[in-house]
Write a protein that binds this ligand. Structure first.
Ligand SMILES: [Zn+2]
Length: 395
């Protein structure tokens, strides 16, 4: 199999998890799942973990207009301050973003007196006509930039172009980066933010695998990608978050860049089939013990991490109820299952309940507090995330 970066047949399979539908394809009663193989590998040369086979882009396109992406933003003020201090950047500089997702960063620039900001508009700049399209189509259109696209933005080439949480979604990463380079001035800066997968690969965090994430970066593999493309790394920072850290990289193209070989720290990966089978058995046995004691088993949260966790560990048959308070999801069926999504008021009817938390850490705290206060009955919590204190992996 070919590595998506070096394009050589260097990709070695790590593990195949099975075939699953796209996580955001919530179903109606008559809908059937369309399944694709979810499998990861690592490039022997680039050391970068990546999906071996990709889901078709048209399958990743959401069928609902309310599918959204949430990333932590607490570090953005600091990032914007850093960007403002870069050489030759002043209030006349043009600051741009690759998609609507950069609006929150660009607004911070506006508040600081930078008013020349823009982001690539799906319809006007990328000719994407279906408003339900999202990152999957944006990344594809950018990678396949036509001359027409470039001409459109020629007059507003950026001094800084920001691309948060899209690089790891790119199917054709090299052309994606090359296209972004065309959107900046000769001495412009590119800013990338990606999830740091070091801990999740090392700790075997099933919830961190996602069909929309093609690439699973670590500090080392991220830096190597840009150095090999003749980008000078001007700044690197890791921000620590409760579930997944983020990596920030600011780069500048330099044709004459001397490529110093950066030391290859091998990515530590603990995913393998033997361990997966052991994990499956351990979690199933644990849940079954509670079931024997009349506990109802509840999945709380139905985002991609929760869906993937259930898919990989094959837990659907053990789940009695699926809760999500997102009103859009009410009465829809969780992909790869027959489980209907209901709201959290249903929990009150239970006398004993085991809750599998599939939500981010902020929501986790709120939910536990609320349910513990409300329910005097027996309630037990587990989390799909390895970094949560309720993780299954410590059992
Ligand atoms: Zn490679």
């Amino acid at each position: 199999m070919k590595c998506r970066i070096c394009k050589k047949i260097n990709l070695k399979k790590i593990i195949s998890f099975g075939s699953f539908p796209v996580c955001h394809k919530y179903k109606n009663k008559t809908d059937k799942d369309r399944k694709f193989r979810l499998e990861i590998g690592i490039c022997k040369k680039c050391d970068l973990v990546q999906l071996n086979k990709l889901f078709p882009v048209k399958e990743l396109k959401p069928k609902y207009n309310w599918i959204n992406y949430n990333e932590p933003e607490e570090h953005l003020d600091e990032l914007v301050n850093k960007l403002k201090s870069l050489k030759n950047i002043n209030k006349n500089s043009i600051i741009a973003g690759v998609s609507y997702k950069e609006i929150s960063t660009l607004k911070r620039f506006n508040r600081a007196g930078f008013d020349k900001t823009w982001y690539l508009n799906m319809k006007k700049d990328l000719d994407i006509s279906d408003p339900k399209s999202n990152l999957e189509t944006i990344q594809e259109k950018i990678s396949k930039f036509s001359k027409k696209n470039i001409v459109k933005i020629k007059k507003k080439k950026a001094d800084i172009l920001i691309a948060r949480h899209i690089l790891e979604h790119s199917y054709d990463t090299i052309n994606f980066i090359k296209s972004l380079k065309k959107l900046i001035k000769k001495n412009g800066y590119l800013v990338f933010e990606v999830p740091d997968c070091k801990d999740s690969l090392n700790s075997r965090d099933y919830a961190s695998i996602w069909e929309e994430h093609i690439l699973y970066f670590t500090e080392n593999t991220l830096k190597r990608l840009f150095l090999n493309m003749n980008f000078r790394i001007l700044y690197f920072k890791k921000y620590e978050y409760s579930y997944e850290n983020v990596l920030i990289l600011i780069v500048k193209f330099d044709e004459k860049l001397e490529k110093k070989n950066i030391t290859l720290k091998k990515t530590k990966i603990n995913f393998n089939l033997t361990r997966l089978n052991k994990d499956k058995k351990k979690i199933k046995d644990l849940i079954n013990k509670f079931k024997l004691n009349d506990y109802k088993i509840c999945l709380f949260g139905t985002g991609h991490a929760a869906c993937t966790f259930l898919n990989i560990l094959k837990l659907h048959n053990l789940i009695d109820l699926v809760i999500d308070d997102d009103r859009n999801k009410q009465d829809l069926i969780l992909p790869n299952s027959n489980l209907k999504i209901i709201d959290s008021t249903q929990i009150n009817k239970m006398s004993k309940i085991l809750i599998i938390l599939g939500v981010n850490s902020e929501s986790e705290k709120k939910i536990i507090l609320k349910l513990k206060n409300k329910l005097k009955n027996k309630i037990k919590f587990f989390s799909i995330y390895n970094k949560s204190k309720y993780t299954f992996s410590k059992t």
